[in-house]
Each structure stands twice: as C-alpha cells, then as structure tokens.
Design a protein. Structure first.
Lengths: 309, 309
C-alpha cells in the first residue's frame, strides 16, 4: 500500500492506531484539528483516512511537521522504536515540540525515553490512558499524566479533545506511569478474581445472573466485576480488551515489583492466570476468557463455552 | 456475672452479640420488639442490656420462648454448638419456630444443620449477612437468604428490622451460604489486592492520598479499595473487621474449592496473605493490616506503621 497523496503533515500526529489510538485520533479530528497518523496495520490507516485524517507509512513521515505527537503503541519497546528507531519521530521533530507518551510502561522506561528526547529539546508528557476503546472514541478517556508545566501547557488542546479527566500528578516523567501501573495491578487482579468467582459460582450450581445482580450491590463488587462478568453471562469473548494486554501489563507490574524488591503475591497469581489463558490459545480473545479457561479446566458449563481444553 | 432478674424470655432471641449481632439486636429493639440474647462475652451482654434487651447466660435460656432465634456467631462449628450443644437452643425451641442462621459457612454445613433442626420441626432460614457493623446497627444489612416460603414468611418482621435489602435466592438451604461465599471470595481478594497495591504505590514514592483519589475514579476501583484504603491512609488499624474473619472466610472458600475440585488461585494467594498477617500477630487488628504486613516486610513507610517485623 502506497500513500500517494501529497498532503501537508498536520501539527498533531497519532502513532499507533489500534482500538485506543484510532479513537483518540478521531476525537482530535472531531474538534477540528488536522491529524496525521501511522500504524503498521494497513486497515488501521484506512480507518484514519475514513475519519478524515492523513495516513502515513512511518512515524517520521507522520510527525514531520508535528508540534504534538501522541504515541499509543503497546509498550516501552514499541515506543522506543517509534521515537528513536529507523524512520523514528524524534529525528524529524523540532526543539520545543511535544511527545504525549500513552503506552503503559515502567517509570524507569518513561524517564529514559524522556531523557533521550530532552537531548533534542523535545518535551515528553508521561500520559498513560484508562477507559477503554469506547471512551477513546468519545474523547472521554482518563489520563494519568506527569511532566513539566511547559509539557502540560502544550498538551492542553490535545488532552482537552481526548480526555474527560486529566490527572496532573506531578512535574516529573515516571509518576504518570507509576499511577497507571498501580491501576493495572488492581484491574488485572479484579478481572482474574471476577472470572474465578463467577465460574466458581457456576460450579456451585448458582444462578450466575443472580450472582451478578447480588454481588454488584455488595461488598464484593469491583469496577471490573461489573464490566467483565456480563461478557461471561453472554458467552461473548470477542475482544474489547485482549488477554494479551494483561499478560503484558501484569508482566510490567511483576518486573517492577522484583526490581523494587516489593512482594506482589496477588498480582503474581493473577498474571499466571492470564499466562495460562494465553497459553491455552485465547491470547487474542477478551480478557474475560480467564473464566472460559477455568470452566474448561474444571468441566463447568458457562454460556457459550465448550467443556474441553 | 449472674443475671438475677426474672424476665419473660422474648419471642425473638439473638445468639452472638459481637459487632454484627449486637447491632442486629439493637435494630430489632428499635422497632419495638422484645429481644433476648446471649454471648460468652459479659461485655456483650452488658451492651444488650444497655440497649433495652434481656441478657441470658446460655442459648437455651435466651431461646426458651423464642419464636425466632437469630444466630450470629462466627462459623458452622459455633452455630452447631449454639443449636445442638449443651444448653443449646434447639432442645428448648418449639416445632414451627424459626432459626435465622447468619454465620458464614459452607452450603453443606448449612444443609446439615437444617436437616437436624427439621427433625424437631424447626425451620432454618439460610441467611448470611453483609454490610459491616455500622449497617448492622442501622438495620441496613444486606441478607443473602434461602429457605422455604414458610421460613421466609416467619422471618419477615425480623428481616424487616435488620436489613435494607433481603435477597430471596431460592427455596433450599445452602444457596444463601453459597452466595455469601462467592461474595467473601471477592471481598477477601479485593482487600488483599488493595493493601498490596497501595503499599506498592508507596514503595514507588507516590502520594498515596492521590493514588486513592485517582484509583477510586478508575477501572482499578473496588468496593473494598474504597472502604479499606482510608484506614491505611489514616494509619488506623483498630478492627472494624478483623484479619481473622478473612482467614476464616477465605479458609471456607478454599476448603469448598478443594471439595468441588475447583481451582481458586487468586483466592488462595489472598488467603495466604491473611494467614501471614495473622501469623505476624495482627489477627485481631483491622483486615487492612495486610498493608502493614507488606510495609514492614518491604521496609516501606506507611502512616502509623513502624518499619519492623
């Protein structure tokens, strides 16, 4: 696929047009901003084009005139490659421009990337996101952000377009990433616990629709129980958020715990459940598939799940 | 201590006047009902008397004229002893009377107790409770109940006085207990995860008051995170609900999982954290003490916690 059109690259670029990035690009476009973007997946580029944005093949092309580059890839390694790899963004961006870094990564990785960008006079806002694809598309994300006052000021029009809530968590890159990691620890544990509990309830012959109704009004409730269990009740494991996302994010949590010499027994148990679910071939399916794994293992009949492994 | 007064035993008795039972007795008294009660702790009997109830030394004495006996002890073994032990309630209660059984126990234990009571023509409502001491005192508990239509009808005035929400979950004893166990699985995991996450956040040098604020508005939130983390922020480990309650309840969860041959990796990890916290001498302290344990182990400075183990 070749992008033959001659267009002036926009002052805002979004690199990484997955379920989150494309929604964020669309939110930027909706406020009248001109948005360039790139992704390694041609279908994602088509999506950007259909929404009125300008697709490019490489980060360098998408970011050539960018005053703000929003990076929404999956981890630190991809962010590093997008920024500093061949055809990377930083080489073409001007001093004083801004990178909004939204992938989940360790605070150390966020700091290292910011230090390298600073050598070129480029600011980084450490700005992990929360809220899921639907909120991304509505411009209603939550952003857990840290960085210099200058980075925040420069980011404002983009953040206003993409987010409902922006937490300004400090002036140092790394703080935003740390907050996101704590959130992901809890989110991952709560998904795994929700799947364990609802499948256990079925093994006890309980009416799991009733269990959902009672638990969501009781002390056992969590945001994730309320959000994920309906997928188990419907037997619908089409990915809204894939198992592999939490294998990755709880992997970052686990790595950081070992580095800090901080024990994380609950997060580790949850990580292993996501690893098992991915190992059983469900890495690309919805993360509620942890329930499917347990149902198959234990011979429990959940809606839409065959009793086999 | 001797209870010299000659009083007519009431038609409602509460056996077990701990933080939950005393509140339930007070809620019954507030609606104008006459309430007898007993507990092995003399201070609890004083509390009942101060609230206008009639204290007795044994279940048999408290329940002699009881049409309804509410049993709010800690587990199946204590419930069995209260009902069928020396000076037990069932020996003195009349056919057609009702036992409201509110201790957390396995469905098999609940069924076994109900079968023995049925031999004497006494009904059991399987009615575990949720909501904590404050809700007990306000008459605003949640009751997860199952039992015959006759048991529900007979229980109505007592349930109306003690509960804001009564879930009628089925006509068989055991269902209510199963729902409670699923709730306790989630509640216990979420307490342990909340403690793990907030202490980890401190180890990352985050402002944990800000972490509380952000997480309670994010996908990582849980009812327990919202309820327990303020205790960690305040460094207040006076027991609202003790560590030993969750060692017990997650123990029941774990036993039932093994009996069912259902794997519970997350609940097991949480159980071990409560066992560790109890082993470290904090069994009688608030269950948020899991955070204190982790802080002491990892040398993290939480409010009010000395860095020693």
């Amino acid at each position: 696929m070749v992008w033959e059109e001659i267009v002036k690259q926009s002052s805002i670029a979004v690199v990484g047009l997955g379920s989150m990035g494309l929604g964020m690009a669309r939110s930027l476009l909706r406020t009248g901003l001109d948005v360039s973007g790139c992704d390694i997946n041609p279908a994602a580029l088509d999506g950007l084009k259909a929404s009125g944005g300008h697709p490019f093949a490489t980060p360098a092309q998408a970011c050539e005139n960018a005053d703000i580059a929003v990076i929404v890839v999956v981890n630190a390694a991809q962010t590093e490659s997008v920024l500093f790899g061949p055809d990377g963004a930083v080489a073409v961006m001007k001093p004083g421009s801004l990178i909004i870094s939204s992938a989940t990564m360790s605070p150390a990785d966020a700091k290292a990337l910011a230090a390298r960008a600073a050598e070129k006079g480029i600011h980084i806002l450490d700005a992990p996101i929360s809220g899921g694809a639907a909120k991304a598309d509505e411009g209603k994300l939550t952003v857990m952000a840290s960085g210099s006052a200058e980075a925040f000021a420069k980011a404002k029009p983009a953040l206003d377009a993409m987010a409902e809530t922006v937490y300004e968590l400090g002036d140092a890159v790394g703080i935003g990433s740390s907050f996101k990691i704590v959130n992901q620890l809890l989110a991952g544990v709560h998904i795994a616990a929700a799947c364990e509990a609802i499948t256990f309830a079925k093994s006890l012959d309980l009416d799991i629709t009733r269990v959902f109704e009672v638990i969501t009004k009781s002390a056992g409730n969590s945001w994730m129980f309320e959000n994920r269990v309906p997928r188990v009740l419907a037997g619908d494991y089409n990915p809204r958020s894939a198992v592999s996302i939490f294998t990755k994010d709880l992997g970052i949590v686990s790595d950081l715990g070992r580095k800090q010499k901080f024990p994380l027994p609950i997060a580790s148990a949850a990580l292993q459940l996501f690893v098992m679910t991915e190992a059983a071939g469900m890495g690309g399916d919805d993360d509620a598939s942890v329930a499917r794994l347990l149902a198959r293992i234990a011979g429990v009949t959940l809606p839409g799940v065959k009793e086999e492994i």
